[in-house]
Write a protein that binds this ligand. Structure first.
Ligand SMILES: *[C@@H]1O[C@H](CO)[C@@H](O)[C@H](O)[C@H]1NC(C)=O
Ligand SMILES: *[C@@H]1O[C@H](CO)[C@@H](O)[C@H](O)[C@H]1NC(C)=O
Ligand SMILES: *[C@@H]1O[C@H](CO)[C@@H](O)[C@H](O)[C@H]1NC(C)=O
Ligand SMILES: *[C@@H]1O[C@H](CO)[C@@H](O)[C@H](O)[C@H]1NC(C)=O
Ligand SMILES: *[C@@H]1O[C@H](CO)[C@@H](O)[C@H](O)[C@H]1NC(C)=O
Length: 592
């Protein structure tokens, strides 16, 4: 993953990039940094490009990459399919090669529309005096735009800083709804700056461009030029529901096995395992050479829940047997007082008894406990593999310090309580600094893996969240399928940009197998009732298809764990004011 940036001044005077933003960009691309400035007198403008490369494979390709016509290309992405990149070729070079040969905007769109994989780009066409930019269909890579309230300045950047003066500019995520083109010739003194957008398929009619200053106007290109959506449309069918049944309200693995035997879904399950397996395969091959061969090259954000367990089992298939795999498991320390409170409430509400060890260790949060159980299952399935279960214990002091120093800037411009909790949890998890237990001893471990697999996208596509149950109860399958379509459409602005900024800060690359184009296309063709059956109890009905696949893959008890959101599983949400709502603005992000 790389850090890319461009500062455009529509006067001849150059503008520098803020030092802090430069520093944050360098975290994303620690292996090579380079700046290029372009000036033009007629039309009058000056562009400052800054690119920071994370070297993944092959020989290092510096950016901004320039072709012989002076066009400049900044690429933060991976080609996992679509365009051919031969082994030994570099994707940055290959794509610039294609773009250089483009004669018209429709050629540019056709190239970008073919890429399968995550990307964000900035592409400057010198003769045309224009800048193309945008993010892939799902928005798996971050790109922000910041508009000077003084209309003569704008910035595109992978990451920004909360300390920039909000009175002089507006910073937002670039909506992942299409590819954009700014014609630097087009601005006359009095008019606002025009940004043309070429949407992915049809832009949803209720999409609005929120928060842009009046000095910018977004123009839909009505020439009919669009990008082809890389996935099949979602199957909205809600008829012909198959009935599943389960008598117990606390489902067991046997209930799931019975469903598997009676479901007649074997073929669908095999296809899911194949397509998801291939997605994982593409994301764990051709990895950078590690100085120390005993270090893992791949890490997984790991709660022991079904999404991460399936990723681990599939990764195990494709990663050479002599390489370890790091399982990153994060836990936040409970305060003594909250520990008592929290447990007391549980006992009262649910009548559960609390195992002694929960009360004993302040880091034994729910995800730690399921994580350890998951590790046992993996070790039983693949005993020769070295599984590094990395226990990442975070204290409140460390959380406070790093939130102010790093994390609040990476989350920016998002700002809710949920963004804060998830941002912090993912940042510490992805850093990979923790302990491995070896018998009664604990040994320090720092994950050196540059690739971090995350399970994001499974809940959005397979109805994993409790709000999906609410929706199903109130408006049936029709409501549910609409909710899923809506959530997949907004996953870039809710999660992906943020998670990319957070994980890349460690000089690591987030990869999202559940959001592989082929996986999404496959799941989209299925009717909703094959993916989930929310008439079944928790731990069974949500993500039903994935649970069936887990059984098929040989997994055990983890296949019937109910969904638990990371902020609760890691207990970070418990550290904070329990009365605040997830969607509220988070004061902890701004009071620094
Ligand atoms: C292309 O070069 C960049 C920068 O060196 C590197 O990160 C990337 O992995 C290379 N891509 C391929 C396909 O070799
Ligand atoms: C806008 O930027 C131009 C060029 O740097 C500068 O001359 C002008 O004073 C700025 N205007 C405001 C309102 O900041
Ligand atoms: C749409 O794009 C075409 C090709 O770039 C361009 O000629 C045309 O002016 C654009 N239309 C609008 C409304 O911007
Ligand atoms: C981390 O937390 C676990 C509890 O989940 C505990 O057993 C372990 O000792 C802790 N390690 C350190 C170094 O604090
Ligand atoms: C949607 O699912 C139904 C039921 O399986 C199937 O008959 C139909 O062909 C699917 N539609 C699409 C567009 O895939």
């Amino acid at each position: 993953m790389c850090g890319i940036c461009c500062v455009v001044s529509l006067t001849s005077s150059q503008r520098a990039l803020h030092n802090h933003v430069y520093e944050l960009l360098r975290h994303r691309g620690p292996d090579h940094s380079q700046d290029v400035t372009t000036n033009s007198l007629d039309p009058e403008y000056s562009c400052f490009f800054s690119a920071h490369v994370l070297h993944m494979r092959g020989s290092l390709t510096p950016q901004p990459l320039q072709d012989d016509r002076g066009n400049l290309f900044l690429w933060n992405g991976e080609v996992f399919g679509g365009l051919t990149v031969e082994p030994g070729e570099n994707d940055t070079k290959v794509i610039l090669g294609y773009l250089s040969a483009c004669k018209s905007p429709s050629d540019v769109l056709s190239i970008l529309g073919q890429v399968k994989g995550p990307w964000a780009i900035i592409y400057y066409q010198k003769e045309e005096h224009c800048i193309w930019f945008g993010r892939d269909f799902f928005g798996r890579r971050s790109l922000l735009w910041s508009w000077g309230l003084n209309e003569s300045l704008f910035t595109l950047t992978s990451v920004s800083s909360r300390s920039l003066d909000p009175r002089s500019s507006v910073c937002l995520e670039v909506p992942a709804v299409g590819v954009y083109r700014v014609d630097l010739k087009s601005r006359s003194q009095r008019e606002s700056l025009k940004v043309e957008v070429y949407p992915w398929g049809d832009l949803h009619s209720d999409f609005t461009w929120e928060g842009l200053p009046s000095s910018v106007s977004i123009v839909m290109n009505n020439s009919g030029l669009v990008l082809l959506s890389p996935t099949s449309p979602m199957n909205m069918s809600t008829t012909d529901v198959e009935k599943n049944s389960c008598r117990s309200s606390q489902p067991s693995l046997d209930d799931l096995k019975m469903l598997l035997a009676s479901s007649g879904k074997q073929e669908t399950i095999h296809r899911l395992v194949d397509v998801l397996g291939e997605a994982v395969h593409r994301r764990v091959q051709h990895l950078p050479h590690q100085c120390n061969p005993h270090q893992a090259k791949v890490a997984i954000l790991f709660s022991g829940g079904i999404d991460s367990m399936i990723l681990a089992v599939l990764a195990d298939r494709y990663i050479p047997a002599d390489q370890p795999i790091d399982l990153l498991n994060v836990a936040f320390k409970l305060q003594e007082s909250k520990l008592n409170q929290g447990l007391g409430k549980k006992v009262r509400n649910k009548g559960h008894t609390i195992p002694d060890d929960i009360a004993m260790s302040k880091f034994d949060v729910p995800d730690r406990i399921t994580g350890r159980a998951g590790l046992q299952e993996l070790a039983a399935l693949s005993p020769k593999r070295k599984w590094n279960f990395v226990e990442i214990n975070v204290t409140q002091e460390e959380l406070k310090e790093l939130r102010v120093r790093n994390i609040c800037h990476l989350v920016h411009p998002l700002d809710t309580v949920l963004d804060d909790s998830i941002g912090c949890a993912v940042w510490f998890a992805a850093r990979g600094r923790g302990f491995l237990s070896e018998g009664t001893q604990a040994r320090q471990h720092c994950s050196a893996a540059k690739v971090v697999l995350t399970g994001i996208g499974a809940d959005e596509q397979l109805a994993g969240y409790s709000r999906h149950r609410v929706r199903f109860k109130t408006s049936g399958l029709q409501g549910l399928v609409k909710e899923l379509a809506m959530e997949l459409g907004r996953i870039s602005s809710r999660n992906l940009g943020r998670d990319d900024r957070i994980i890349a800060d460690h000089g690591k690359e987030a990869r999202f197998p559940y959001l592989d184009e082929d996986v999404v296309s496959f799941l989209n063709t299925l009717p909703v009732w094959e993916k989930a059956d929310l008439s079944l109890p928790r731990g069974l009905g949500e993500k039903l298809l994935l649970r069936l696949a887990a059984v098929e893959l040989g997994l055990g008890p983890c296949a019937v764990l109910p969904k638990r959101a990371m902020q609760f599983g890691s207990r970070i949400a418990k550290l904070e004011n329990s009365r605040e709502k997830a969607s509220e603005k988070c004061s902890r992000l701004t009071t620094s």
